[in-house]
Design a protein around this ligand. Sequence first.
Ligand SMILES: CSC[C@H]1O[C@@H](n2cnc3c(O)ncnc32)[C@H](O)[C@@H]1O
Ligand SMILES: [Zn+2]
Length: 426
Amino acid sequence: MKMLIKNVTAVLPDGSTPVTNIMIDKNKIAGIGEVPEDFRPAKVIDGTNHLAIPGFVNAHTHASMTLLRSYADDMALMDWLNKEIWPAEAKMNDEDIYWGAMLAMLEMVRTGTTTYADMYGPWMERVAEATIDAGLRGVLSRGIIGVAPDGEQKIQENADLFRQFNGAADGRLKVMFGPHAPYTCPPKFLEKVAAAAQDLGAEIHIHMHETMDEINGSLKEYGERPFTWVEKTGLFDGKGTLAAHCVHLDDSDFAILKKHNIRVAHNPGSNMKLASGVAPVPRLLQEGIVTALGTDGTSSNNNLDMLEEVNLAAMLHKVNEADPLAVPAFTALQMGTEFGGKAVGIEDIGRLEKGYKADITLLNMQGPAWCPRNNPVSLLVYSANASSVDTVIVDGNVLMEKNELKTLDEERILFEAQRCADRITK
Ligand SMILES: CSC[C@H]1O[C@@H](n2cnc3c(O)ncnc32)[C@H](O)[C@@H]1O
Ligand SMILES: [Zn+2]
């Protein structure tokens, strides 16, 4: 189907923001600019007073964890996982996974995210189902904890997930392998994950170097930093790696990141809330390492609002480096969009440009946060919030138009998610 977004202020890849027209043909952007006479759209969206941006790419989350939002706060990572999160997750069933994921879909659509990279499980097929039902683009991995007795079975489940869903839903689903972290997956086990992923040509999604405890624990147990010994398992030798966090990095870690083109998902909100530290984002960007943004799960954030992460990325590194240019506004926006596409290994998302996928978010610029209109990118990153998002398009399909949801039943999702959460947490 042909669709036209007319008279919209569009954030183009060079950061300019002309008032223009976006032409969509099937699932792609067919052109931006003057509308040719022979372009006859079946649907027209009036973009007057709206800002069009590429849909946000959440490069690291745990969607079904929405059920644990506001359940365990103000703790450091390992206490939080061991004492609260893992016992609660042990009570989840496949219905919880589905409705938790549906609550995440609802929040992502409402806040303008069009693609997300997830690590969770078991029952990741229910997350796939939720993604298909909602119409989002999902990069799914079965979270694998190797120290558990059923570690090998989890590798098989990840392989099954890949076979069943990689490329499914018109290519909207992609599957990676999800070894949880170096402290839950010993070297011999990671060798097996690496072999299984490489057999299938799958990429890796893993938490790396999140806290100083992780680094110190690894130095104690293996005499080496996690990146050093994980590299020796061959995990980074396959199709590609998405490493979440990368908060604590020395020169040897930077060398490994560059050697293997490892892409980083920076999670400023989660890193602040769990008091994990501040990732060296300005240096990552300077050294040409693909650095995207993620929310992490909603028990360490506590929401899936990518515009908030864009704002946090722009603000946190300024104060940390005492440098207002540490992460400029447009760079932060690129981290949440274009760099996100690269990080999740989908090269044709994240830019408003001919040939790219029609994954587009529109924000209503009426209201005080958007006035005066001196600089739309600045208004977006520093002034507005995601309540301005009113229209979301993924793969050429409209998921929300002028705040009206097209694929999701909000009332039902909120009811079912509360019911599931009550069973787990009460
Ligand atoms: C085995 S599925 C994924 C696993 O990861 C847990 N998790 C959520 N947030 C974090 C984080 O910041 N660091 C490490 N692990 C995290 C989640 O609860 C699942 O158990
Ligand atoms: Zn995480």
